[in-house]
Design a protein around this ligand. Sequence first.
Ligand code: DI6
Ligand code: FE
Length: 409
Amino acid sequence: MNPAFDLLITGAHLATMTGDAPYGIVRDGAVAIVGDRIAWVGAVRDLPPDAHAHRRLDVPGAWATPGLIDCHTHLVYAGNRANEFEARLHGATYADIAAGGGGINATVGATREAGDDELVAASRPRLEALAAEGVTTVEIKSGYGLDTATECRLLHAARRVAAEVGVDVRTTLLAAHAVPGEFAGRADDYIDLVCRETIPAVAGAGLADAVDAFCETVGFTAAQTRRVFATAGAHGLRVKLHADQLSDMEGAALAAEFGALSADHLEYTNEAGVAALRRAGTVAVLLPGAFYALRENRAPPVAALRAHGVPMAIATDCNPGTSPATSLLLMLNMACTLFRLTPEEALAGVTRHAARALALGDRGTLAAGQRADVALWDIVTPAELAYRIGGNPCAGIVRAGRLMTGRSP
Ligand code: DI6
Ligand code: FE
């Protein structure tokens, strides 16, 4: 046999994120790719002696990790809310801002007015910033349309911007994000519309991979969330939940009850909720950017999540209100500094566990058979990815076997 690889990466140390050893490290490793798949991973010295490759990428001293996965973003929207940020620093409260038509509904207004091209153009720099840091898969939620037509437009725009930037995307319908102005005081009527019209339309058109909801005192009740989830299930869609971000709504248990892919935020989740997540196999997605921006002081129950063996993912929550963040690496640092995750847990949170939060079994590790999504880094140790505050050590990206950027061989 004379294995022929399309692309052979050599010289790098590998953080494979497999097995029990920290980071699944292989020193002086090689990753061999055929088509869009990883064909072989191991130490260079173990490469089959007669192996040859059409293309070689030798990156001496670099590190290779799985391509990063940002599993929770709201990055498609128009406008921004820097004015609210500034108003709050001049003493305005969230209530003042909401009463003046601000908050989520301000972004809904700007988004409804934007044309499709404008929406894609506004969103593209945000996804480009993520991609430049080695993100090869992103989840994008709707939720700034809040009517069926605009929610569909947002999901279309999400796929379009991802195709333009060259990042793989999973889309999530978040029609139950806020009560739109025209339904003010009639949240149940809005949920009727979501269940009767929006979910069936989106499911029928195949526009979303999952359905999400914002279960919160300022969002939707548990009963309303249950209706959304039951409808999603009836249409064959898995669910995710913004759970227990600002108060304990027993959101984690609710997510678990519906076999959610993930329960996200979780600052106020109690231990019974954590145990329920474990039983349901639901991933805990931690969002330190929103915690930071809201100057929260209650961190998610990381010790309990660890003790119960609930996989923890990390994401940007990129949105114009509570996390205007476009750096997943910064979130790694914040997850360690603010939530006390270890750098290894943080990296697992944007690779293996983030893949699971999106039900993507074919990525998030460097292993034979996985999708060939690889990020290359100019770093000396993998902990450096979480250690830095700013800066981008990404030295190259392979997405589905194709070298997107980086040093030439
Ligand atoms: N939780 C949040 O923190 C954001 N959405 C959500 O469900 C807020 C989004 C915004 O303010 O635009
Ligand atoms: Fe969010």
